[in-house]
Design a protein around this ligand. Structure first.
Ligand code: AMP
Length: 213
């Protein structure tokens, strides 16, 4: 399947994407994971993105489109992809539309995961992430078996740099201002499926129903 997953930080895009990849072999493409990898590697891309990410601001549309135009051409995308955290602005959505038309590809749906703000805030402050493989944990509801150690790869499970209270609050403001309008863009295109659910399983069921699976 080819899907865009929209939703505020902490809405569960990454968790839902990981569950969906297991269903049909589609790949999860998270621009946030790509950027965090670049920062960890100290690459040119990482240096350009680091300050904005740490503050919870968006990195530039040009940088993101450069990443995605390469990524979507890779071989593993042939079995489908789940775009997690992209597009995040109207210009990115417009540029993606042109890119997909040029590639002769069509998306199956754009899913907007709508979760109340208090749930989001609670999740983001208690979320922990493996800095090696990106696996997501939660100190309250889903801690790793050994504290601070990833069950999947043994890597360090930590709080992200942009999950301080200040950065979280900025990320939610940026989301409301720049990313929430992206749902309207896809509504006009007739592609939007809004799912109001706090459980990933309920989101998956709604997606399956939409795609007739
Ligand atoms: P995420 O893991 O999706 O929450 O992304 C972490 C951070 O990476 C964001 O707060 C932004 O600084 C940056 N980022 C990720 N995806 C994008 C995007 N599509 N456009 C701009 N910035 C992005």
């Amino acid at each position: 399947m080819k899907l865009i997953l929209l939703g505020a930080p902490g809405a569960g895009k990454g968790t839902v994407a990981k569950l969906l990849t297991k269903m049909d072999g589609s790949v999860q493409i998270s621009t946030g994971d790509i950027l965090r990898g670049a920062v960890a590697a100290g690459s040119e891309l990482g240096k350009k993105a680091e300050a904005a990410m740490k503050a919870g601001d968006l990195v530039s549309d040009d940088l993101i489109m450069g990443i995605m135009s390469e990524r979507l051409k890779e071989d593993d995308c042939k079995s489908g992809y789940l775009l997690d955290g992209f597009p995040r602005t109207i210009p990115q959505a417009e540029a993606l539309k042109v890119m997909l038309t040029d590639m002769g590809e069509e998306l199956d749906a754009v899913v907007d995961i709508a979760v109340p703000r208090d749930v989001i805030l609670d999740r983001l402050t208690t979320r922990r992430t493996c800095s090696d493989c990106g696996e997501i944990y939660n100190v309250k509801s889903n801690p790793p078996s050994v504290e601070g150690k990833c069950d999947k790869c043994g890597g360090p499970v930590v709080q992200r740099d942009d999950e301080t209270e200040e950065a979280i609050s900025n990320r939610l403001d940026v989301y409301n201002e720049k990313t929430a309008p992206v749902a309207g863009f896809y509504e006009k295109e007739g592609m939007l499926l809004t799912v109001e659910a706090t459980s990933s399983d309920a989101v998956i069921e709604a997606i399956k129903a939409k795609l007739g699976q």
